[in-house]
Ligand binder design. Structure first.
Ligand code: ACM
Ligand code: ZN
Length: 550
């Protein structure tokens, strides 16, 4: 007869035997959360002799190298790439007929004790399957140095996954502050880790022109440089004085741009370049004042300006020749379907006083300066469309009549997005209240100086890119969503990372999963593991405590 103490011990041992088996299986923690995860007991171990199996190497060269290089860097193993493997392997294969289940970017990932198998309908899906595979491994898989003593195991699991939206975006403003080319590669690698696929490159603004244009060298000789007033508040910086040297800034050469585009393709990212017009044009007009209404000489601004009155003249034919020449080079460099033409915040006071602009209004039988902006945008749209591309612009391009094939980026709330979707125009949702990650993420007194606003992590997470009031058909016009990092108050990569993570982490889930599957508490739990990955990668993210929130 067992006494009570022995009985309790026996029960405890049985319970432990049951639960210990489960406890030994790694906890799955993936961001963005996959659509379906079915975990079983057991693990697959990355170990010597492991092979990467891929039937058609040429179709998946980039994906295979991405997988092989990461395993090599972090574990020291050297997986051989073969057409057909026996034994332990990670196999990658593209299969037709799965489009209904996986779409264009989805994947299925099956891990057994013997093998890992990633299936997809496209290289993009294979790439995302690999990204998920990394997140099934210990965080040290993200290291660029071999970490000794790690048990490189992957839980036995079946994952089926695909994104909710086709446009999963991040915008970086490289005009207000210039960011080195080395950071642009990092930005894209970090985006890819979060399964984000659209990098909106804000290359032009009043405070700097950042892309080499061969036909107009002064754009970067003059337009890329300003006086250094970094010791002063953004909104209190005096313009350049006569005799002062403008030596703060920088730009990307066309060779660098081509390398960005090539790297982006390897990471399933499209770079959408933005060339602002008709406003936010002080930098190009400092280089070529003949394309403004007044022709007055200007200098690149070292800080804030309001309102934005330095516009391209819409009356001069030469303005359009200039912009079309610039766009010709931009289109040649960037293969994206969309070219962003800005369109925001144009104060029309110079247009009102300009004889050429007023003549244009009369000749084209336009009602007012808002219609003149529409004329401007529609003329540029025709040029871009004739070269096989489409324009996208900030929601001001709706005013005065929207160009025929234009897509809209809805930033001043959701009204612009709703209007676009209802009129059959594609829209990307990026309203300030949920998507402007230059805003404070905690009480201002606990944070580095920012532009203002208040956008804590949970609010980003709560965003639904499909605004209420759209029918099912209209909702299909919502391409997706995007977080924007304006950099008036952000001068370097470390600060940019601090503002971006983990709010972009939340945005990645907003773009990937459906609202019914969203759960902020669960996301917060998974964030703990994500932070370990960031630690390994050297990303300095923000940690906000409850008492720092409003
Ligand atoms: C914007 O924030 N001016 C688009
Ligand atoms: Zn004018």
């Amino acid at each position: 007869m067992m006494n009570l103490k022995n009985t309790i011990t026996t029960i405890a041992l049985i319970l432990c035997a049951l639960s210990c088996k489960k406890q030994s299986d790694p906890v799955i923690s993936i961001i963005p959360q996959p659509l379906k995860i079915e975990q079983s007991t057991g693990v697959f171990k990355l170990s010597r002799g492991i092979k990467i199996e891929v039937a058609d190497k040429s179709a998946l060269t980039d994906q295979v190298m991405f997988l092989k290089n990461r395993i090599q860097s972090a574990t020291g193993l050297d997986p051989e790439v073969v057409n057909k493997a026996r034994g332990k392997k990670i196999s990658l294969s593209i299969e037709q007929g799965l489009e209904g289940m996986l779409g264009l970017e989805g994947y299925s990932l099956t891990v057994t004790k013997k093998e890992v198998k990633i299936l997809a309908t496209s290289p993009a899906g294979i790439f995302y399957g690999i990204q998920t595979l990394f997140q099934l491994l210990p965080p040290e898989i993200y290291s660029d140095k071999v970490t000794e003593g790690i048990n490189w195991v992957i839980p036995v699991v079946r994952i089926t996954d695909k994104p909710r939206f086709a446009w999963r975006g991040y915008m970086l403003d490289v005009s207000r502050h210039f960011f080195p080319a080395s950071y642009i590669y990092q930005v894209m690698d970090y985006m890819a880790m979060h399964k984000l696929n659209t990098f909106h490159f804000h290359l032009v603004d009043d405070q700097g022109w950042r892309i080499e244009i061969k036909k107009y060298p002064r754009l970067t000789e003059i337009g890329a440089w300003r006086v250094n007033r970094e010791d002063q508040h953004w909104n209190k910086r005096e313009p350049q004085k006569p005799g002062e040297k403008a030596d703060y800034g920088g730009f990307y050469t066309q060779d660098e741009i081509r390398q960005f585009v090539s790297h982006a393709a390897k990471r399933n990212i499209v770079i959408v370049p933005e060339i602002e017009m008709p406003a936010h044009a002080t930098a190009p007009l400092a280089a070529y004042p003949e394309y403004s209404c007044t022709g007055d000489s200007l200098t690149v601004l070292p800080g804030g300006i309001w309102p934005c009155t330095n516009l391209y003249c819409a009356g001069k034919e030469e303005t359009f020749t200039f912009l079309e020449d610039v766009l010709t080079e931009v289109i040649e460099l960037f293969p994206s379907k969309y070219i962003h033409i800005g369109g925001d915040e144009a104060d029309k006071s110079h247009w009102i006083k300009c004889k050429a602009c007023q003549k244009r209004i009369k000749d084209e039988k336009l009602k007012d300066e808002k219609e003149l902006q529409s004329y401007f945008v529609q003329r540029i749209e025709k040029f871009v469309n004739a070269r096989g591309r489409q324009i996208i612009g900030w929601d001001e391009i709706l005013e005065g009549g929207l160009a025929q094939n234009a897509a809209v980026m809805s930033w001043r709330g959701t009204e612009g997005g709703i209007a676009s979707a209802k009129s059959g125009h594609p829209v990307v949702m990026t309203p300030t209240a949920y998507c402007y990650i230059d805003y404070y993420q905690a009480k201002p007194e606990t944070q580095p100086l920012a532009i203002g606003g208040y956008l804590p992590l949970e609010k980003v997470y709560s965003f639904d890119p499909v605004p209420a009031g759209l029918s099912e058909e209209e909702a299909k016009m919502v391409l997706g969503a995007q977080a924007n990092l304006w950099t008036e108050y952000i001068a370097d990569p470390a600060h940019a990372n601090y503002m971006t993570y983990p709010r972009l982490t939340a945005m990645s889930e907003v773009c990937w999963i459906s609202p019914v599957n969203k759960n902020f508490e669960d996301f917060s739990t998974r964030l703990v593991q994500q932070f370990k990955r960031y630690d390994v990668m050297g990303i300095k993210y923000a940690v906000v405590t409850k008492d720092q929130l409003k």
